[in-house]
Every structure is written in structure tokens, then in C-alpha cells.
Design a protein around this ligand. Structure first.
Ligand code: PRX
Length: 633
């Protein structure tokens, strides 16, 4: 599945465009199927309807676990590094991971789980999170992982939307010096969720929790029951290629987060192929992905992609800055990591601590570096290249999305010449186009436009859970016969792609996608807020910060307290990741006569660029702009 030279890349790319079905069929033949497909691809972007490997039967966990047992049972699958470096790390070989997944799959079955059920997972970054995910896939249940930083309300919204019947969680988690409760957050969420019949709770932090009779059970007790039942195996459920594998919620420009749906066959092929090819993974290499399994990066490139390729994955529970900002480098040294995949926000944050924390660390095992989540600025790129890669490791800047399932535009390590700030070229099988506002394709090089994809790839989303029309509206209605990514993009003279950021009302804060409308809705819940408008502004570490303009005539107590109350409200409604960095109180928002908020103006003010605000004459009350300008933070 790996191309070995730039020439081979071009050949593979050309074949993938000219004969896409043959191209993907060859790739798919590298996986284990119970039954092969009747047809490689059927599609139209109108409905949209996309089906890959139709008629094929498989279980993804057979590819991620069982098929490695014959020759690689003792290869480490997961090396887990705990939050506290003085606690022992854990290693799970493929044999051990297989057994634990089977055990927990049987726990799920004992608790009533069946094929097609939706199971919510809200857990810390411990091996049991990966085990729970794979156990769902083993029995054909659909997992919906919710990142540990989301609030009770966000969890409840997701559980209700997917009508989950089981939730797997832990008592609490550790993040640096903090102990973060999880079960009590679930208890708050479940007040609104009658569909949940069972809560399975892993012991991690020994935080006191309330266990409700008939509903809540301990992970460890359930495992013991399975052990006494004496059948450690759990036969993998046979799935159709297009059966649902998981739902993952992500923010868009409007309303509530959408449940992006991925299916078994295409997702398996796509994540396995892209992992193997882009990182040029070699057997025995130690690969460390710093993401959380709660996000798509963790799904595709901690769990499914690497495991289907028999890779050894380092999974880290803690944060990059505790006990000090050298933690990543300690982990690299400790496990002799060969491939490090992280995010620009982490790089910028670690850069800011200076070079002392890297001094004396042995980073010589590193061969390849990866970046994901947001455009990487040149300064961070060079620092990563020089200080971490010592100029000898290619930087694989992977552009992709929750919806794409896997890498789309990315260098192939040691094959594609890299360029700071550029995701470089589309991987074989990916056909990007740039379009103007009217949907007209912009051809040639040295151009920029909105990034779309014009042909399906196996890892793409199939629908948004429970609302196919929303999927069509969001991704396939903006431009006819194209998947619209929501990103702006530049194609330089050489044909290299550089992602310039979102063109919709979605923010990218520390690599996390946050919808401005969602944050506004949360702010507006606060009792003394009349209305608000949220925009992004450049932030040295986070990439983008959250800037809120808030109309609040009746501030309760002093202004600073109201600010804190609003921040608390956002934390409660969405989660701490969406907290505004700046809140400016204003007497009104700049609106057109038809009542539309002129975000363009607010964005400029938030960016500190008030020299040219453009035409403000169409505003209902132009004076409000001067007031906002004067009070900008
Ligand atoms: O704007 C792009 C940015 O992150 C968005 C997707 O966010 P999410 O679905 O949360 O997935 C993040 C991990 C894949 C994209 O629309 N983005 C992601 N990777 C890059 C990027 N922007 C520039 N360069 C990247 N490498």
C-alpha cells in the first residue's frame, strides 16, 4: 500500500483518478474480509448516496486484532503512559488486547448490548477506552465517543440524538495535577436521558461516586463475571461493509453538533491505507499520537488505522506540560518513539517554554513527524523540524476532517518534498478542487478558493445521524456535485495546497472545532445577556481565541463578575474548551437593516484591524461600530 518514490506517487495518483474502482479494490485486497464485495463503488453527491465495497462482509476488529495473532501476537499494540510519570506504564500485546476486547465485548453482551445499539463512551485516555471502542465494534454496536472535556449538557444532547442505551465511563480522570470527575458529570447528564439502561464504570481515580442500583455497574465486577463464565472468546459479529461503525459529533456553523456517521468497510480501508502510506510505517516502529480518542484523530490514528496495520501505538493519558514542558520528549526518549504525530497548538505551547526543556533529551529515535488539526505556522514548523526532528525527519502535515475519516491532503514521508505551512499534495484517491463563490472551478496554479472534493473516497462520511437532509445541506448543497469542506485553500505555483482556515462560522481553537452559533447560544442562556456575537481572533498558542461581544444591560454585580458568570455558563452548557477568551460588553451589535449581524466588522475589530472596516453605511446604527472599536480588548 506504500508508494516508495515521488514517481510512484504520481503513478498511483494518476491510476486512482483514471481507474478509481480498480485502485481501491487493490488496496482493499490488503485487508481481511469474510466475503468480498459485489461492487466497489456506487455513488451520487445529489442525495448524497455513497456505498463502498457493497455486499462485502467483515468485522474491523478481526483486521485490527485477530489477523495479527498468527505472527505478531507478542508485538506490543498499545503502550500506555499514565498521567503521573511515577506510575508504571502498561504494555498490551496484540494477544492481550485481543483478549481484553473479547472480555469486554462479552461484558457488553451480558449487559444487553446488541448489534446496531448505540453506546456512548465518556472515558479518560486509558487503555480501557480503546478496549471499549473495539469491543463495541466486535459486537457490531455503534460507538459514540464523547471527549472528556464536554459538559453534562453536551453529553445529554449527544446521548439523546443517538438514542444510546448504554454508557461506558470512569469514576474520574487525571490531567496534570487536576482530578477531573467523569461519573458525576454523567449522573447530571442522565437526568435527561431515559434511553440509558446501563452505566458501566471503570475505576481510575478512586473519586467517590454514586452508583445507582439496577443501572450502574463497575467495569471490574463485570469482567469478573465474564471470567467466571469461562468463555474468554467473543466471536466477531459479521458486518456489512456499509453497516454503521461509529458516530462522532462535530460542530458546524449552525445549531447543534452533528453526528457524523462512518461505516465499517470503507473506513477500515481508508484509515489503514492512509496510516501506512503517509507515515510509511515499518514493522517494529513505535508510533506516538498525542491526540485524545475522543476526537477523530484518536479514532482513526490511535485506534483503527494503526491497529489494522499491526503497529505499536503509544497512548498518553496526561498533558504536555506536566510535570514540566518536557513531558513529550521524555516519552519519546522512554519508548524510543520513531513517529510522533501531534498538533500545532501543542508545538507552539511547548516552543514558548524555550529550548531548555529539550536539552539533554535523547530524540535520536525519531524518524518522522506529523502535524494535524489546524494550519501550522512557519515558525512552529521550523522549530518542530530543527529542534525536534534535528532536520532529518520529514514533517507530514496532514489535512483532513472528522467527515473525511482519514488524511486527504498530506505529504508522504520521505516521498513528497515538504514545504513549511503546506499540506502539499492530495493522497492517491483524493480529488480536490478549488471553487469560487459561484461554485465555478478555479483551474490552474497560483490560485485560491473554497476547497471541495469532487469524487468519493472510502473514508468519507455517509450521513449525519438521524438527519440525512442535514448532511446534504451542510456538505453537498453549497456546490453541485461537490463535497464542500468548509475550508479556504491556496494552490501555489507548484500545485501544492495550503489550507488557510475555515470560511464558515466555525472556529479552530487549539485544534478543536467550535461553532460560533453554539457558543452564542450558550452565552445567551445567561440571565443578564440579551444577545451576543462570537468571532475568532489570532491567538499565539491556541491558533484562534474566542472573542465574544455581549449585550448585557443589567450586569449583575460588577462587570468582572458577570464576565466570570458568562464563562461559567459556557463551561456548563458546552464544556471548558469553548470558554470565551475575551468578553466585551457592548450596547448593541452592528446589524444590517434586515437584522443580520455584520460579523465581518466584528472579526476585524477582534483581530485589532480597525483601519479599514469597509462599508458601514448599510448598518442600522453605524454609531455602534465606533463604540465597539473604542472598547475593543
Ligand atoms: O479547518 C481544517 C482544520 O481542522 C478542520 C477539521 O476539524 P476536525 O473535524 O475537528 O478534525 C481535526 C483533525 C483532523 C478542517 O476543516 N485542519 C485539520 N487539519 C489541518 C487543518 N487545517 C490546516 N492544516 C491541517 N493539517
Amino acid at each position: 500500500m506504500q508508494v516508495k518514490s515521488f514517481e510512484e506517487y504520481h503513478q498511483a495518483y494518476q491510476q486512482s483518478v483514471e481507474q478509481p474502482e480498480q485502485f481501491w479494490e487493490n488496496i482493499a485486497n490488503n485487508f481481511q474480509w469474510r466475503k468480498k464485495w459485489d461492487k466497489v463503488l456506487e455513488w451520487n453527491f445529489k442525495e448524497p448516496k455513497v456505498e463502498w465495497f457493497k455486499g462485502a462482509k467483515l468485522n474491523i476488529t478481526e483486521n485490527c486484532l485477530d489477523r495479527h495473532l498468527e505472527n505478531n501476537a507478542d508485538t506490543p499494540a498499545i503502550i500506555w503512559e499514565p498521567n503521573d510519570p511515577t506510575e508504571d506504564h502498561r504494555v498490551l500485546t496484540y494477544r492481550q488486547l485481543h483478549d481484553k476486547v473479547c472480555q469486554f465485548a462479552n461484558v457488553l453482551k451480558n449487559n444487553g448490548a446488541k448489534k446496531g445499539d448505540r453506546i456512548c463512551i465518556y472515558m479518560p485516555m486509558v487503555p480501557e477506552l480503546a478496549i471499549a471502542v473495539l469491543a463495541c465494534a466486535r459486537i457490531g454496536a455503534v460507538h459514540s465517543v464523547v471527549f472528556g472535556g464536554f459538559s453534562a449538557q453536551s453529553i445529554a444532547d449527544r446521548i439523546k440524538d443517538a438514542e444510546c442505551n448504554i454508557i461506558v465511563t470512569a469514576d474520574g480522570s487525571y490531567r496534570g495535577t487536576k482530578e477531573v470527575p467523569l461519573k458525576s458529570v454523567i449522573d447530571d447528564a442522565l437526568v435527561q436521558c431515559p434511553s440509558i439502561k446501563r452505566v458501566i464504570v471503570l475505576t481510575r481515580s478512586h473519586t467517590p461516586v454514586s452508583m445507582i442500583k439496577g443501572r450502574d455497574v463497575w467495569w471490574e465486577d463485570e469482567i469478573k463475571k465474564v471470567e467466571t463464565q469461562g468463555n474468554p472468546e467473543c466471536e466477531p459479529e459479521e458486518m456489512d461493509a456499509e453497516d454503521m461503525l461509529f458516530i462522532l459529533y462535530t460542530s458546524g456553523s449552525t445549531g447543534k453538533p452533528k453526528g457524523v456517521v462512518h461505516t465499517c468497510g470503507g473506513y477500515m480501508v481508508y484509515t489503514g491505507y492512509t496510516f501506512s502510506n503517509a507515515f510509511q510505517y515499518q514493522p517494529g516502529e513505535i508510533y506516538f499520537c498525542t491526540a485524545d480518542i475522543g476526537w477523530i484523530t484518536g479514532h482513526s490514528y490511535i485506534a483503527y488505522g494503526p491497529l489494522s496495520q499491526g503497529a505499536t501505538v503509544v497512548m498518553f493519558e496526561g498533558i504536555p506540560t506536566w510535570p514540566n514542558a518536557g513531558r513529550f520528549w521524555d516519552i519519546v526518549e522512554k519508548f524510543k518513539v520513531n513517529i510522533l504525530y501531534t498538533a500545532p497548538t501543542a508545538i507552539r505551547s511547548l516552543m514558548s517554554f524555550g529550548d531548555d526543556v529539550i536539552k539533554g533529551k535523547d530524540l535520536s529515535s525519531l524518524r518522522k513527524l506529523g502535524s494535524v488539526g489546524e494550519p501550522i505556522n512557519e515558525e512552529a514548523w521550523h522549530w518542530f523540524d530543527e529542534k525536534i526532528g534535528h532536520g532529518k525527519c520529514p514533517i507530514v502535515d496532514t489535512w483532513w476532517q472528522t467527515e473525511t475519516g482519514g488524511f486527504m491532503i498530506s505529504p508522504i514521508a520521505n516521498v513528497t518534498p515538504t514545504k513549511p505551512g503546506y499540506a502539499t499534495l492530495p493522497l492517491p484517491g483524493v480529488q480536490p478542487v478549488l471553487v469560487d463563490e459561484n461554485g465555478k472551478e478555479i483551474e490552474g496554479n497560483g490560485v485560491s478558493g473554497n476547497l471541495c472534493i469532487k469524487f468519493p473516497w472510502p473514508g468519507m462520511l455517509r450521513t449525519t445521524y438521524g438527519d440525512h437532509e442535514r448532511c446534504r445541506q451542510t456538505y453537498f448543497a453549497a456546490y453541485e456535485n461537490l463535497y464542500f469542506t468548509g475550508d479556504g485553500c491556496l494552490r501555489d505555483e507548484e500545485g501544492y495546497y495550503r489550507i488557510t482556515g475555515r470560511v464558515d462560522d466555525v472556529l479552530n481553537v487549539s485544534g478543536h472545532r467550535i461553532g460560533t452559533a453554539e457558543v452564542e447560544n450558550a452565552i445567551n442562556m445567561h440571565s443578564s445577556v440579551v444577545e451576543s456575537a462570537v468571532v475568532g481572533y489570532p491567538h499565539d498558542i491556541k491558533g484562534q481565541g474566542v472573542y465574544a461581544f455581549v449585550v448585557s444591560p443589567e450586569k449583575h454585580g460588577d462587570e468582572e463578575l458577570t464576565r466570570k458568570d458568562i464563562i461559567m455558563t459556557v463551561s456548563r452548557i458546552i464544556g471548558p474548551i469553548a470558554k470565551p477568551d475575551k468578553i466585551q460588553f457592548v450596547s448593541g451589535l452592528p446589524k444590517t437593516r434586515s437584522g443580520k449581524i455584520m460579523r465581518r466588522i466584528l472579526r476585524k475589530i477582534a483581530e485589532g484591524d480597525t483601519s479599514n472596516l469597509g462599508d458601514t453605511s448599510t448598518l442600522l446604527d453605524p454609531a455602534v461600530v465606533d463604540e465597539i472599536k473604542a472598547g475593543a480588548m
